[in-house]
Design a protein around this ligand. Sequence first.
Ligand SMILES: Cc1cc2nc3c(=O)[nH]c(=O)nc-3n(C[C@H](O)[C@H](O)[C@H](O)COP(=O)(O)OP(=O)(O)OC[C@H]3O[C@@H](n4cnc5c(N)ncnc54)[C@H](O)[C@@H]3O)c2cc1C
Length: 378
Amino acid sequence: MTRTAVVIGAGIGGLSAAIGLHRAGWDVTVLDRVAVFRPVGAGLVLQANGMRCLDALGLGDAVRTQGRPSISGGTRRADGRWLARIPAEDLERVLGTSAIGVHRAALHDILLGALPAGAVRTGARVTAVTAEGEVTYDGPPGPVGVGADLVVAADGIHSMVRRLLWPRATAPVQVGVRAWRGVTPVWDGELVVAISWDRGAEFGIVPLVDGRVSWFAAVNAAPGPSADGDTRVPARFHGWHDPIPALIAATDTVLRDDLACLDEPLPTYVRGRVALLGDAAHAMTPNLGQGANQALEDAVVLAAVAGQPGGLAAYDSQRRPRSQQVAKASRMIGRVGQQLENPIAVAARNTLMRLTPPRLALRSMARYADWRPPASTT
Ligand SMILES: Cc1cc2nc3c(=O)[nH]c(=O)nc-3n(C[C@H](O)[C@H](O)[C@H](O)COP(=O)(O)OP(=O)(O)OC[C@H]3O[C@@H](n4cnc5c(N)ncnc54)[C@H](O)[C@@H]3O)c2cc1C
């Protein structure tokens, strides 16, 4: 008999899990609260681990045509001086595949297109879930109840399912960083892919396949009220190296967020028939650029093991240690990277980075992206 899965949340994690489960023979329904998917967000970097997951889902080549391989990488100071330079080809040689810069909306479209018509229901806000696999959502005609063999809770950092079924889990914490993200129109100026750091601030560049450039800026800031339309990027970036001021000036629409993460690792990702996945399970800071990549890893592992006896326990044991280790490392990189403010500590870090042999810098950058899906999925 065909097994049934309900996936709550049609973000990168939920859709990838739905595709993996569908390919494994499950009858999958995805529920999302939004009425329509809008092309929101900015660029994402899909690293070697994420690209391997997309390959396992049969979508790697489609994403490569919508993405741009990184040209080079490394870390600079606000004046443009290099602290560490890691050519993309070196990273590719070590990892065996290139990282790809892609607009989140393009990736989302590819994922949506890989599911059968009717599998994704929008305007379906889930209001209740039980460990036995009963899901209630607000459909257009009123509350609707469905039962499933498996419920995948991919409902994001503020997961309602986590609050309901993991009542002791601590809420996400604000990390004291405000971030701005934007995408320029087609950009024909010179571009070097890197992250630039100053005291308590960073700026990153992700070129997109169509010539546009996605960028993000972050500064230390106490969490404040919502942006209320004020998405001005702090003036300090106007004095940073080229082309940072010009990229900001060229951008019409800017998104602003106060960054948060799940600081307290969960003791399990599974409760009965329910599995947490993606940000719902391990929302992390963006410092390692791994949030979506980890959601993709969750998705391919879950799809590989869910149909087996003890499958959800295997999902938990294969995914929890690694994703929590990546989340912890990401937070730590943020603390010694973008968030570091003390001038003496910043100078010491910069000196250390300049003195680190390129071979070691390469190894530490490759460390978290060096992951392969289980053999059964490839
Ligand atoms: C500034 C910034 C930069 C980043 N850069 C990168 C990067 O370069 N690389 C990378 O890998 N990651 C990056 N990330 C992280 C990445 O964006 C997230 O980790 C990833 O998108 C999480 O996907 P998800 O599917 O788990 O959750 P989400 O994308 O949050 O999706 C959750 C979905 O659930 C739905 N939902 C919520 N509640 C309900 C409900 N009750 N009923 C029905 N539906 C519901 C929502 O509508 C949404 O569609 C970045 C994040 C930030 C903030």
